[in-house]
Design a protein around this ligand. Sequence first.
Ligand SMILES: *Cc1c(COP(=O)(O)O)cnc(C)c1O
Length: 413
Amino acid sequence: MLSFKGNDLFIENVKLASLAKKFGTAVFVYSKSQILSNFKAYQDGLAKREGLICFACKTNSNQTILKILSKAGAGADVTSGGEIFRCLKAGFEPSKIVYAGVGKTDEEIEYALKNKIFMFNVESIEELYAIDKIAGRLKTKAKIAFRINPNVNPHTHKYITTGKEGTKFGIAYKAVVSAYILAKKCPNIVVIGIHSHIGSQILEIEPFKIAAQKIKNLVDEIEKNGIKIEYIDCGGGIGIEYEKSQKAPAPNQVMNAIFAIFGKDKKFIFEPGRSIMANAGHLLCKVIYRKNSGGQSFLITDAGMNDLIRPSLYQAYHEILPVKKTNAKKVKTTVVGPICESGDFMGNDRMLPILAQGEYLLITCAGAYGAAMSSQYNSRPLLPEVLVENSKIQLIKKRASYNDLLLNEVSKL
Ligand SMILES: *Cc1c(COP(=O)(O)O)cnc(C)c1O
């Protein structure tokens, strides 16, 4: 929901330059309408099928954003006890929470069981036994799916490839059927599904299809052993168009390709994260200084890798837009942050107009894995977050203070 009106860039009906003046920079800005329309695409994709759209809340776990999605009917895909806590606080029904993660601790498992979440996506046999034991102690039953590793290459960055042999995720393909047979013998475990999440920022339909076919083959084998698989949890991973040259599949294209592989009796879970939040949020920042060095032209902004780590961590591309159109000459520019690391950049070799000090830039599509992955590195207080709907503006997270930097530190000196 970004558009130019005259020379000014707007998010919905709010001028970005006015947000920068009101809240200071750097600041994350979100479009509520974009979040809701992204979510609706998944809900519509389910159509008449029974199932759940579980928002992968690790992408953005701000309470207001979680509340918007829980009110819209979303479930939640969580990866830690802390995320269960946030989701319950935001009003998600426990019966719509699914819990993945390779390293669930006893404390987290107990917390999840006490709060009656819907399903554990179990990633190892040792975890299965831990859940069985804790459920027994609490005199309850744990509903599970195994997260399986279908050994599919999703053609994405290696740090966000999760469904290939040799990654730490899921149960190795060959060991899946025997894992289900072991689970059947656990007195406090109820098998209800099968889960796979093959990676993130996937721009092709084919890897999802291949994974679904492999899951279907497993389900047939598992059911031959008298174990009923009710839910097919297909994970998340659909990519978004960070660059104009990219083309992301629509949710219903991926969903229909998966539905076609299974019978009508199955229920489905999808766990979108990035495709709900990425293009609904942006990082608004300011040019502090300009300089030329070694033939390179640099813009130094007040947003750094501690605020948005994706370029540094994954060599990710984010389009960078001045919030005011100008006729100034465009030059090849490297946009960097103020952090004391050479890896601290927002974009290399971008054709940008020559800007003045104090002008604003928008680092686009930073709504997923932006604020959620930010840190206080270099003792930079966490950024504020602002939600826009139409022409309404709401501060949904305050800018942290210097005092906040010392929170929880204990000093006896
Ligand atoms: C991260 C994650 C997701 C969300 O992935 P996106 O690429 O953001 O859609 C879904 N499921 C699991 C298990 C995850 O770890």
